[in-house]
Write a protein that binds this ligand. Structure first.
Ligand code: HEC
Length: 388
């Protein structure tokens, strides 16, 4: 008979083995569930696309509800990329530079967010939306991520983009009247384009515009402080401090060492310097489409978020068999301030966001930064717009 000690040892080993097996079984289960979810999603998308096509070709399938113009793009011939948007919580560009972020050093040295995170945004969103990290105002039951299929195409005049994603179930927002922050819009789609001239745009898309001191973020500036700022009249502060980028500021505090306040909302450059940045491509072009009301806003980010001034874009949307499809048509060239003019030899930085389930403000799902090229199927370009 084994000595008591050895028996104990055996027991422990048994327990460890059993635990390991249980963990492995759990992981396998999770993996299978993810696979099944992905399959169901693919099937849903295929079904919706088939329905949309049938409707187009005049068969008896129900016609999708669409608004505005419809493009004549043959999407079947256009490659697609799956991008999973995730709930970012309060992960500002200052947080990215901070001690709590595992990728801080690599990012400051030039790595792109997607080099580390492209395939794990689903897990990141889950962690954040449940309040494990970076979110104090939890919305119970909200989904942490949205898998979106993105396609891009162009012709002599226009850039066309198509976004498809599964509708989610409703999760009431505890801190909004009736559980909805924007009852008129179940979804909104926003996108940003920027050249490499904009700091961090090549690595992180929109992230350089998301600061710790803007509205609803942890370092949100209060009204009294805003009023006390000598240059406050140069900003529209009626809704608090909006997004801005470093091209418009003399200084931005990224580290918060010795208690320094993060961000740089009150470090405006001179008006002439900001004008020069706008003329020289130092801005992020911003287009937003409210799927409920049909409203399109075309502005840009620089010293603040401006929601007008651009040439505009047209959108169509439909929800068929639980799949949202939104299509954008936008002129390649524009002479409007704050609009990117696309040169099809160039490469542009791109990020997009969906305000899902009647949400507003920072309670959106966002992409990391991706690069858009025109008939450039090469390393470092994730979204390749192909010519019609
Ligand atoms: C060199 C790799 C690297 C780069 C580049 C990088 N990160 Fe991270 N990031 C990490 C690591 C490591 C963690 C910690 C993961 C953990 O604790 O499980 C992390 C955590 C996060 C989290 C919290 C969620 C989580 O899973 O912990 C967010 C949000 C995030 N990163 C966003 C970004 C964004 C946005 C960028 C680009 C602006 C970026 N990261 C660039 C490595 C990177």
């Amino acid at each position: 008979m084994a000595r008591p000690n050895a028996t104990l040892h055996l027991f422990q080993k048994d327990i460890e083995d059993a635990e390991k097996a249980a963990i492995e079984a759990e992981q396998e289960k999770l993996r299978k569930a993810e696979e099944a979810a992905k399959k169901a999603e693919d099937a849903k998308i295929a079904k919706a696309e088939a329905a949309a096509k049938a409707a187009e070709s005049g068969s008896t399938a129900p016609a999708p509800k669409s608004e505005g113009a419809t493009s004549s793009v043959n999407w079947d011939a256009v490659p697609s990329r799956d991008i999973t948007l995730f709930f970012p919580g309060t992960a500002s560009i200052e947080w990215i530079h901070g001690r709590e972020h595992g990728g801080k050093r690599a990012f400051t040295k030039g790595d792109r967010c997607i080099e580390c995170h492209d395939s794990e945004t689903m897990d990141m969103g889950e962690k954040i939306v449940t309040g494990e990290k970076l979110e104090e105002s939890v919305i119970p039951g909200k989904r942490g991520s949205i898998p979106v299929t993105v396609q891009a195409s162009y012709d002599a005049d226009n850039l066309y983009m198509k976004f498809s994603w599964p509708e989610g179930s409703h999760a009431a927002i505890p801190f909004a009247d009736g559980g909805k922050m924007d009852p008129a819009n179940q979804v909104k789609l926003a996108m940003m384009f920027g050249s490499d001239d904009v700091e961090f745009a090549d690595r992180s898309g929109c992230w350089g515009s998301c600061h710790d001191d803007v509205k609803n973020m942890p370092g949100e500036v209060d009204d009294a402080t805003i009023k006390a700022y000598a240059d406050a009249s140069r900003l529209d502060t009626s809704g608090g401090i909006t997004k801005y980028i470093s091209e418009s500021r003399t200084d931005i505090e990224y580290k918060g060492k010795r208690g320094a306040k993060l961000g740089g909302w009150d470090k405006l450059k001179s008006e002439d310097e900001i004008k020069a940045a706008l003329a020289g491509g130092g801005f992020l072009d911003l287009i937003r489409y409210e799927v409920g009301t049909g409203k399109v806003e075309d502005g840009y980010l620089l010293d603040e978020r401006k929601m007008s001034g651009g040439q505009g874009a047209t959108f169509t949307s439909n929800l068929t068999d639980g799949i949202w499809t939104v299509e954008m048509t936008r002129k390649l060239n524009s002479d409007k301030a704050g609009d990117v003019s696309f040169d099809t030899d160039g490469v542009y930085n791109f990020g997009f966001a969906i305000h899902d389930d009647f949400s507003d403000s920072r309670f959106h799902h966002v992409s990391l930064g991706y690069r858009l090229g025109f008939d450039k199927d090469e390393e470092g370009i994730e979204i390749n717009a192909t010519k019609q």
